[in-house]
Design a protein around this ligand. Structure first.
Ligand SMILES: Cc1cc2nc3c(=O)[nH]c(=O)nc-3n(C[C@H](O)[C@H](O)[C@H](O)COP(=O)(O)O)c2cc1C
Length: 304
């Protein structure tokens, strides 16, 4: 029997496959396509203290092997999330990871402690969103700020596991992972989208109203894999890897590079069944290779 369960801090996931924030709504949107009970966790859209309408359209566009988005962190806000979205997710036997972002340390602290009180399994700190000018970016790229933020949030949590979602817009992601680990983060997740631009040559207008959007999908996979590999060599806490995972083979690459779990984002927009298909694919691979536990694969890259 191959075991697919993994451990992220004190949180036990029955499978290593989770949704990526912002690509799976609040879980409910996908519940008519797949059995959410099969996922290791549902990671929900980034939540702020107050509801946000996001950026004006056009805010997504297709690019070669990927997409650009500048949704602008549209979300229902903490109050509605706790009242309307969390109870639905709680009807499933899966972990709930809430991605949060704020404009100040206080915002993050308030969000984290309210969600911790509500019993969510883990908080994912979005310090790496490239879409909102005054949102997280400086937390994720400033060494001091990142350390301070992670330490403050860790301090405010009683039960929830703390995951820091790292910004890919730094020259040495391993160093930032190390800062998160030293400040008390239980795990890191990476990568968020990479800032990019697409232009309509006839109108000479940007294809995204906000001009710069975040690039996701297969186009970023080699970069994400490199960052997971570099991070694995620097930290001992678990890594949730993501960036362009479309199938089980992609997911296995991330695991071999050092990821304990994987998150599926853009692929859900193409095929809403992707997450469960990847779970089945990983399971078949393990049987085929006679592997009993995922630990045997994590970070097993033969570099020489
Ligand atoms: C439409 C869209 C919305 C996103 N919203 C969030 C978000 O709210 N918080 C966050 O941390 N990441 C967000 N992301 C980033 C994804 O969670 C993920 O890190 C990234 O897309 C790379 O994975 P992928 O290539 O599988 O999509 C968003 C991505 C997309 C495409």
């Amino acid at each position: 029997m191959s075991r697919l369960d993994v451990q992220i801090g004190s949180m036990h996931l029955k499978t290593p496959v989770v949704s990526a924030s912002g690509c799976f709504g609040y879980g409910e949107e996908y519940s008519e396509f797949i059995d959410l009970n099969r996922l290791g966790a549902v990671v929900v859209k980034g939540i702020s203290l107050k509801p946000m309408h996001g950026n004006p359209p056009p805010r997504i566009c297709e690019t070669p092997c990927g997409m650009l988005n500048s949704i602008g962190l549209q979300n229902v806000g903490l109050k509605v999330f706790l009242k309307e979205k969390l109870p639905f997710l709680r009807t499933f036997d899966t972990k709930v990871i809430v991605n949060i972002f704020g404009n100040s340390m206080k915002d993050y602290e308030k969000l984290a402690s309210s969600l911790d009180d509500a019993g969510v399994d883990a908080i994912e700190l979005n310090v790496s969103c490239p879409n909102v000018r005054k949102g997280g970016i400086w937390f994720g790229t400033d060494r001091k700020m990142l350390g301070k933020l992670v330490a403050a949030i860790k301090e405010s949590l009683q039960h929830s596991v703390l995951i820091t979602k790292l910004s890919p817009t730094v020259s040495d992601i391993g160093e930032f992972a190390q800062i998160a680990e030293d400040a008390g983060s239980d795990a890191v997740s990476l990568i968020n989208t990479i800032p990019g631009i697409a232009i309509d040559i006839n109108t000479r207008k940007p294809k995204i109203r906000n001009i710069i959007g975040g690039l996701s999908g297969p186009a970023i996979k080699p970069i994400a894999l490199r960052m997971v590999y570099e991070t694995y060599r620097r930290v001992t806490i678990p890594i949730i890897g993501m960036g362009g995972i479309m199938n089980a083979s992609d997911a296995l690459e991330f695991i071999i590079a050092g990821a304990t779990a994987v998150a599926i984002g853009t692929a859900n927009f193409i095929n809403p069944l992707t997450t469960v298909e990847i779970i089945d694919g990983i399971s078949s691979f393990m049987k085929q290779k006679n592997l009993t536990a995922l630990d045997d694969l994590t970070g097993s890259l033969h570099a020489g």
